[in-house]
Design a binder for this molecule. Structure first.
Ligand code: CA
Length: 225
């Protein structure tokens, strides 16, 4: 999952970037509002964390601009300000949730996971698609009730496909789920990982839930709920 962090406090931005990286997110950091808008419009993200007090374009204006541009990604607002008017305004402009600084990373992380889950149409942290169950909080897959031993990259692919089960996901999208910006990308790594995932799933449950859709990418064929 790709997260855009827009925060002008460099220390906090760095800390968030590290902790989110450890929590299995790919993170892009912008340090002012205009840069944040640019990054958000330039490439798709799954979620944005936006500080309200930003130089150049403040967080309110950024959220307004994102929504006007038709961006539907979940937005979580960071605010140091205690007054309720800011939170109300941010939510009215299209933010989905907020965290008041200073916050514990665990709270932020729990809120992010809940936002991502809801944005993908799921209400529970465990989702089931055919014989496969994902525990999104623990980031563990189960097949036929047994833990499925997946590598980090295999898990990321499976999670992304199951969260987007109603649509085919392109190889390019999956590549961007695997790699940070600037990291060298091995173009056929997605095929290799999908091949390994298919073999592991077939060995565990005897089915192949990942289908190749010619010219469009990969599709998780079971309905997930
Ligand atoms: Ca700030």
């Amino acid at each position: 999952m790709r997260v855009l962090v827009v925060e002008d406090n460099l220390l906090l931005a760095h800390h968030l970037s590290e902790r989110l990286g450890e929590a299995n997110f790919q993170v892009k950091v912008a340090t002012d509002g205009r840069e944040g808008l640019h990054f958000a419009l330039e490439e798709p993200h799954d979620l944005a964390i936006i500080d309200l007090g930003l130089p150049g374009m403040d967080g309110f204006e950024l959220i307004r601009s994102l929504r006007q541009a038709g961006q539907t990604l979940p937005v979580l607002v960071l605010t140091a300000r205690g007054n309720w008017e800011d939170k109300v305004e941010a939510l009215q402009l299209g933010a989905d949730d907020y965290v008041v600084k200073p916050f514990q990373f665990e709270e932020l992380s729990a809120r992010l996971n809940a936002l991502l889950r809801r944005a993908a149409g799921f209400v529970q942290p465990r989702i089931q698609g055919g014989p496969v169950v994902l525990d999104l909080n623990r980031r563990q897959a189960f097949a036929a009730d047994e833990p499925l031993p997946l590598t980090l990259y295999e898990y990321r692919i499976l999670e992304y496909l199951m969260l987007h089960h109603r649509q085919a996901v392109t190889k390019e999208r999956l590549l961007s789920v695997l790699y940070e910006d600037g990291e060298e990308r091995e173009p056929n790594v997605v095929e290799v990982l999908v091949g390994r995932l298919r073999r592991k799933l077939e060995a565990a449950v005897g089915v192949k839930p990942i289908e190749t859709v010619r010219g469009r990418g990969y599709l998780y064929t079971f309905l997930c709920r």
